[in-house]
Design a protein around this ligand. Structure first.
Ligand code: GLP
Length: 271
């Protein structure tokens, strides 16, 4: 009897816990990709104005491209300074030279760092071509220890729910590690590579445990291809098969999504 009552309390508590977590994620709607990017850039700028030495966790992929362009515009046209900002990127492919057009080093310098006044020593991106990758993971975790807590972590989301390069099945307790990319992620990223090139099989990524230490997380989702993932993120349970669901543990997550990315969620939930 006692056992049943303890078990009952546990089940009720667990259910309550799950519901409570779902309510924590804030959703900001944007009409389209342009508006989403404007809102993301504004949130970032406001933080940097308030805290000029803010630590920004940065993402790559197609989604944040316009956000970065708008940050560059703020710098060029409105003299917004990023001098004391520190950045730490989520991930990098293994085996691509840093000057390869598809490396995340190239992406970040090309889209953002080369065009703002950030100090080079304040930029951190994992080295996917380090000779000793195990040591590189340790080095990156040491940097994270020094920089944490990240003030604002920008995230995209893969259609399979990946964040950074944390693929389905990744334990939520992971720090920086080498991951094998899933077939669906490699397929999704083929669009960035030349026809004769192959998408690398491995990547180095900040783990979910490190992402969760951030003070605030802003997840960007744009377009129809993200609509199922956004629905699952908002309505689904925490599940390691869907890495983004780890964010349900965090108490300051904002999903900034455009109409197309919200399409599936809006069919079943008023937001
Ligand atoms: C990539 C990156 C992620 C990114 C995601 C979505 O593979 N590793 O950091 O958020 O996939 O990318 P996109 O914005 O191009 O859809």
């Amino acid at each position: 009897m006692v056992v049943f009552s303890i078990l009952g309390t546990f089940i009720v508590a667990k259910r309550y816990y799950a519901v409570k977590e779902r309510n924590k994620m804030k959703i900001i709607k944007a009409s389209d990709y342009e508006q989403l990017s404007e809102k993301a850039a504004k949130i970032t700028i406001e933080l940097v104005k308030e805290k000029p030495d803010a630590v920004l966790g940065l993402a790559t992929g197609g989604t944040p491209v316009l956000t970065y362009k708008l940050l560059v515009d703020y710098h060029r046209k409105l003299h917004m300074s990023f001098r004391d900002v520190k950045t730490i990127n989520l991930d990098e492919y293994i085996g691509l030279p840093e000057d390869h057009p598809q490396s995340y080093h190239y992406f970040m310098y090309n889209k953002l760092f080369n065009h703002i006044d950030i100090r080079p020593e304040n930029i951190h991106i994992p080295r996917g071509n380090a000779r000793n990758l195990a040591e590189e993971c340790i080095r990156y975790d040491e940097i994270l220890e020094i920089l944490h807590p990240i003030d604002l972590q920008l995230l995209g989301i893969g259609s399979n729910g990946h964040i950074g390069f944390n693929e389905p099945g990744t334990p939520f307790s992971k720090k920086t590690y080498i991951t094998k990319l899933s077939t669906s992620t490699r397929k999704a990223n083929e669009r960035f590579f030349q026809e004769e090139e192959t998408v690398p099989e491995y990547a180095i990524t900040m783990g979910i445990a490190s992402i969760l230490k951030s003070k605030k997380i802003l997840l960007l989702a744009s377009g129809k291809s993200k609509a199922e993932a956004v629905k699952q993120l908002v309505l689904g349970e925490m599940d390691e098969q869907f890495p983004a669901s780890a964010l349900k543990q965090h108490d300051n997550v904002t999903i900034l999504a455009d109409n197309q990315a919200l399409e599936e969620l809006q069919k079943v939930k008023r937001i």
